[in-house]
Unconditional design. Structure first.
Length: 167
């Protein structure tokens, strides 16, 4: 983590919660092979490697939004077809390394950006027309997204080999 040790108050709380839920997500893939990380053993098409990849890309996109608005977010590459799965040539180690880079950048932004700065959301059917989100709301959304997918990952991991993140 590259966050300055002087981060306190609300920023420290946001960072601690984000890091906690990232930790849960990363715990679900501990000790897995690439083949296990690619497996889709539940009724959904989700895999553990695919979830790491998706959460990393989503966090990266929202970090771009926090710094430059919808235009910056939309400039980030996204792959709706392969964004939730490991494709040929990808490894779990590589996906985790990329996630670490994205997380370090987000942590730095959470420690330094004006939490009240806001940008209009991109036009999309799932966003309220004309709405804006603050940097604070973006960080809370990243926490929610990470937490939700950590839960998905826990179910998938338990299906693969019985391991549970909590309990």
């Amino acid at each position: 983590m590259t966050t300055p040790t002087t981060v306190t108050g609300e920023r420290a709380d946001i960072l601690a919660l984000l890091q906690r839920h990232r930790g849960f997500l990363k715990h679900t893939v501990r000790g897995l092979t690439d083949e296990q990380a690619k497996r889709t053993p539940t009724a959904s098409a989700l895999s553990l490697g695919g979830l790491i990849k998706h959460v990393s890309a989503t966090e990266n996109g929202w970090a771009a939004f926090a710094t430059g608005g919808a235009e910056a977010m939309l400039a980030e590459p996204s792959d709706w077809v392969d964004g939730f799965r490991m494709v040929e040539g990808e490894t779990l180690a590589g996906l985790l390394a990329e996630y670490e880079k994205v997380a370090a950048r987000t942590d730095e932004l959470a420690a330094t950006l004006d939490l009240d700065a806001s940008h209009p959301l991109p036009e999309a059917p799932w966003f309220e027309p004309g709405a804006s989100w603050s940097v604070r709301r973006v960080l809370l959304h990243i926490i929610a997204e990470t937490s939700q997918h950590a839960g998905h990952a826990d179910i998938i991991r338990e299906t693969i080999d019985g391991q549970k993140t909590m309990g």
